[in-house]
Write a protein that binds this ligand. Structure first.
Ligand SMILES: NC(=O)c1ccc[n+]([C@@H]2O[C@H](COP(=O)([O-])OP(=O)(O)OC[C@H]3O[C@@H](n4cnc5c(N)ncnc54)[C@H](O)[C@@H]3O)[C@@H](O)[C@H]2O)c1
Length: 259
């Protein structure tokens, strides 16, 4: 298996006239999603807690800032979402698409997880989805159009095999928030959906060669998902053509979990 396997952004879906916010867009899945939407003709606000990486991605998409801009956004902070909404509407008039991608996994042995660490993981992976949906749903409802895509995890569906309990629980909560907001907004032109990925290429940097080989042996598809594959699925859910997905969770796990 070619370990450098990637899919370039090809803009298969049209985002002409659309504006998008991607959280955690400075690298990995978020970067790939930002590139995909931009390749489809969309304007993209690349946000990240690390402004420098967001600036690198946005600058590589459009150094003039006309169609891509970097924003500092820590998804634990409600004020940061409000500031991002103001910044994007000030620049481009509206927010059509929000991809809640930023997330954080910590593998702490179960008996060593403190209440503070549990709360911190929930804040990043789950409360962030609530804050984002709460804020952008009102803006999108008023516009009569919106697409929200939440990047969750297989761990939120099956409890996780290597993932820690706080990560699995926070991602399960994000899937439920997806369903809640999908129903809350159904019929308004605003859709809310999720993707539940299994192992993605980006995780390889954090794993030993032995761990990588073990994952590849466990996944029926025999490999990790390329970020371009999850970017393509996100583009479908975020596109005009994805309007009949309402509260769905797309399984992208190479056959690890079939339901
Ligand atoms: N990598 C995997 O195998 C895998 C599997 C299932 C689900 N996921 C989920 O997919 C999403 C993307 O994963 P990835 O592998 O690209 O992650 P990554 O760690 O490569 O990138 C995450 C990005 O989010 C940013 N970030 C971290 N904390 C933030 C915060 N508080 N506010 C804003 N930005 C923050 C980081 O700076 C980074 O740019 C995450 O939600 C992750 O939980 C990943």
């Amino acid at each position: 298996m070619d370990e450098t396997f990637q899919l370039p952004a090809n803009g298969s879906f049209s985002f002409a006239g659309r504006t998008a916010l991607v959280t955690g867009g400075g690298r990995g899945v978020g970067e790939a999603v930002a590139r995909e939407i931009h390749a489809g003709g969309g304007r993209v606000a690349v946000s990240d807690i690390d402004l420098a990486v967001a600036q690198a991605v946005a600058g590589s998409l459009d150094a003039t800032g006309a169609t891509a801009v970097a924003l500092p956004l820590d998804v634990r902070e409600k004020d940061h979402f409000l500031t991002a909404l103001d910044a994007i509407t000030g620049r481009w008039g509206k927010v059509d698409i929000v991809v809640n991608n930023a997330g954080f996994a910590k593998r702490t042995p179960t008996q060593e997880i403190s209440p503070e660490e549990f709360d911190a993981i929930v804040q990043i992976n789950m409360r962030s989805v609530f804050l984002s949906c709460q804020i952008f749903s009102e803006h999108m409802r008023a516009n009569g159009y919106g697409r929200i895509v939440n990047i969750t995890s297989l761990a939120g569906q099956n409890g996780g095999t290597v993932a820690s309990p706080h990560y699995a629980a926070s991602k399960a909560g994000a899937i439920m928030l997806t369903k809640y907001f999908a129903r809350y907004l159904a019929g308004t032109g605003v859709t809310v959906n999720a993707i539940a990925p299994g192992p993605i290429d980006t995780a390889k940097a954090r794993l030993s060669p032995e761990q990588i080989a073990r994952v590849e042996a466990e996944v029926p598809a025999g490999r990790f998902m390329a970020v371009g594959e999850i970017a393509a699925a996100t583009a479908l859910l975020a596109s005009d053509r994805g309007g009949f997905f309402v509260g769905a969770t797309l399984d992208m796990n190479g056959g690890l979990y079939l339901r």
